[in-house]
Design a protein around this ligand. Structure first.
Ligand SMILES: C[S@@+](CC[C@H](N)C(=O)[O-])C[C@H]1O[C@@H](n2cnc3c(N)ncnc32)[C@H](O)[C@@H]1O
Length: 222
C-alpha cells in the first residue's frame, strides 16, 4: 500500500497542469485577494537579497521577487512544475523532494537571507526538513511560512492528522491530494524543534470575510 506522502507527491504529478492554470489565471480568490500579497509583503519586509522558495510550484513568487531585484532560487519535487517555473523565466530552480532536502542529498545553495514556503508544507514530518533549511540560512536569516489557517479548515476536528483535498469547485482534472492538518501549537512546536524562534505570527484576512485566509509565521534562527 502506498503512504500518504507517496500519494501526496503523485497527486502533484497529476495536478501540475491544472495547478499551473489555476495559479496563472488567478482562479483562487483567496490568493488573489489576500495571501499572495501577504507572503510578498512578509518577504519584502525582511529586505532579503537572496531567497530560497521551498515548494515553489510553477514559480509565481520567484518571478515576483526577481521583478523586485531579489535573487530568488526555487526548489520543488514535481518535474512539470519545475519546468514551468524555468520556462517562465526563473533562472535557478532545483528539482528535489523534501526527503532529499532533509537528507542534504542535493546542493540547493546556502547562506540564504530568507527561506519561504507558501502553502507548500503538506506532509507530516516537517521537522527534519525545517532543521535542514535552518542550516541553509545566513546567521541572521529567517523562515517565512504561509499555510492554511488551522481554525479555518479544522472542520470540527482540531487535531493533527491526514486530511484530503478534493479541489472541488476548481476547473480542470484534479486528483485528490492527502495533506497533513496541523494545529497552531503543532506548527509552533515544529518551528521550535527545528531551531527557529517565532518572531511574527499573522492571520491575513479579507475585510469582507469572517475568517482568516491563512496563517503566516516568521521564524529566526536560534
Ligand atoms: C500548493 S503548491 C504551492 C506552490 C507554490 N508555493 C505556490 O505558492 O504557488 C505545493 C507545492 O509543494 C510541492 N511539494 C509538496 N510535497 C513535496 C515534497 N515532498 N517534496 C517536494 N515538493 C513538494 C508540490 O510539488 C507543489 O509545488
Amino acid at each position: 500500500m502506498s503512504s500518504p506522502e507517496d500519494d501526496l507527491q503523485s497527486s502533484w504529478q497529476h495536478n501540475a497542469q491544472a495547478w499551473i492554470d489555476a495559479v496563472r489565471s488567478g482562479a483562487i480568490e483567496s490568493r488573489r485577494q489576500v495571501t499572495d500579497q501577504a507572503i510578498l509583503l512578509a518577504v519584502l519586509g525582511r529586505q532579503p537579497e537572496r531567497v530560497l522558495d521551498l515548494g515553489c510550484g510553477e514559480g509565481w513568487l520567484l518571478r515576483a521577487l526577481a521583478e523586485r531585484g531579489i535573487e530568488a532560487v526555487g526548489v520543488d519535487g514535481d518535474q512539470a512544475l519545475v519546468e514551468a517555473a524555468r520556462a517562465a523565466g526563473s533562472v535557478e530552480v532545483h528539482l528535489a523532494s523534501y526527503e532529499q532536502l532533509a537528507e542534504a542529498e542535493l546542493d540547493v545553495g546556502s547562506g540564504y537571507d530568507l527561506i519561504c514556503a507558501n502553502f507548500a508544507l503538506l506532509h507530516q514530518d516537517i521537522i527534519p526538513l525545517l532543521a535542514a533549511m535552518n542550516t541553509l540560512l545566513a546567521p541572521s536569516g529567517a523562515l517565512v511560512i504561509q499555510t492554511l489557517h488551522p481554525w479555518s479548515v479544522a472542520n470540527g476536528v482540531y487535531q493533527d492528522g491526514w486530511r484530503e483535498e478534493s479541489f472541488a469547485g476548481m476547473a480542470g482534472q484534479w486528483q485528490t491530494m492527502p495533506w497533513y492538518f496541523r494545529t497552531l501549537s503543532s506548527w509552533l512546536n515544529a518551528l521550535d524543534m527545528a531551531g527557529f524562534r517565532l518572531v511574527s505570527l499573522q492571520e491575513p484576512q479579507h475585510p469582507q470575510s469572517d475568517m482568516p485566509q491563512s496563517l503566516l509565521m516568521i521564524g529566526e534562527r536560534r
